[in-house]
Design a protein around this ligand. Structure first.
Ligand code: AP5
Ligand code: MG
Length: 220
């Protein structure tokens, strides 16, 4: 099972991926999380990506495509859910080419739709664990102890690109470069449009209602 999750910054891609991964035992491949891992480890790729990410710009296609095709090539047979990739027309066509060479294809595309005002509230209130990448929200998803990760006790941080100002750039890039991918996938795949304005547990049920019929073996 190979799934692509589309949606604006803060739409809840990472949040829904967690539910999807637990239910269907897929690998979560988040291009943003992988880039942040590179940055934390001080790799050349991480250093290259920093400036783009912090300003809300997209990291150049060739860098991202190489990184993600490499991740996909090493993924287990069970499949994966792609979160944040592809994000441009070239990323989408290069992904399809790489999959075709492996006689594989994308099985489903989920498109999370969220209003801009909801996005701003979600992004500016988000806190993340710098160690395990767990995601929290100051109102919607509080950790048990204020400012501390439930999983490993690390001090939660705000992503440098989660300011109201940078979000505007990210949304603009999303609308110009990523939103057109919905049409691209509509021409060749099944795209499930999900109203993701509701709380996470409700969105989760909508997502499961689309994916359950597609998955042969679901562990309930
Ligand atoms: P990336 O990390 O992918 O950021 P993004 O796409 O902007 O998406 P986010 O992670 O901000 O949002 P999300 O949809 O995952 O929301 P979440 O579940 O956390 O990319 C970062 C940067 O890396 C890019 O700007 C770019 O520079 C670079 N990059 C990455 N991929 C690239 C690519 N392919 N090409 C080029 N450059 C690339 O939820 C947000 C918050 O809301 C959380 O606090 C959560 O708790 C809360 N929340 C979630 N769902 C709900 C709900 N239903 N109700 C209430 N609260 C909710
Ligand atoms: Mg995310």
């Amino acid at each position: 099972m190979r799934i692509v999750l589309l949606g604006a910054p803060g739409a809840g891609k990472g949040t829904q991926c967690k539910y999807i991964v637990d239910r269907y035992h897929l690998l979560h491949l988040s291009s943003g999380d992988i880039l942040r891992r590179h940055r934390a480890n001080g790799t050349d790729l991480g250093k290259k990506a920093k400036e783009y990410m912090d300003s809300g710009a997209l990291v150049p296609d060739n860098v991202i495509i190489e990184m993600m095709i490499d991740e996909i090539s090493n993924a287990p047979d069970g499949g994966y859910v792609l979160d944040g990739f592809p994000r441009t027309a070239r990323q989408a066509t290069d992904l399809d080419k790489a999959l075709a060479e492996r006689k594989e294809k994308i099985d489903a595309v989920l498109n999370l739709n969220v209003n801009d005002d909801v996005i701003i509230r979600r992004i500016t209130g988000r806190r993340i664990c710098p160690k395990c990448a767990a995601v929290y929200h100051v109102e919607n998803l509080k950790p048990r102890k204020d400012g501390i990760c439930d999983k490993d006790g690390s001090k939660l941080i705000q992503r440098p690109d989660d300011t109201a100002e940078v979000v505007k750039t990210r949304l603009k890039n999303y609308n110009e470069m990523t939103a057109p991918l919905v049409d691209y996938y509509n021409r060749k795949n099944t795209v499930f449009n999900i109203d993701a304005n509701e709380e996470a547990e409700i969105v989760k049920e909508l997502v499961f209602s689309k994916l359950d019929p597609l998955v042969e073996r679901v562990v309930l």
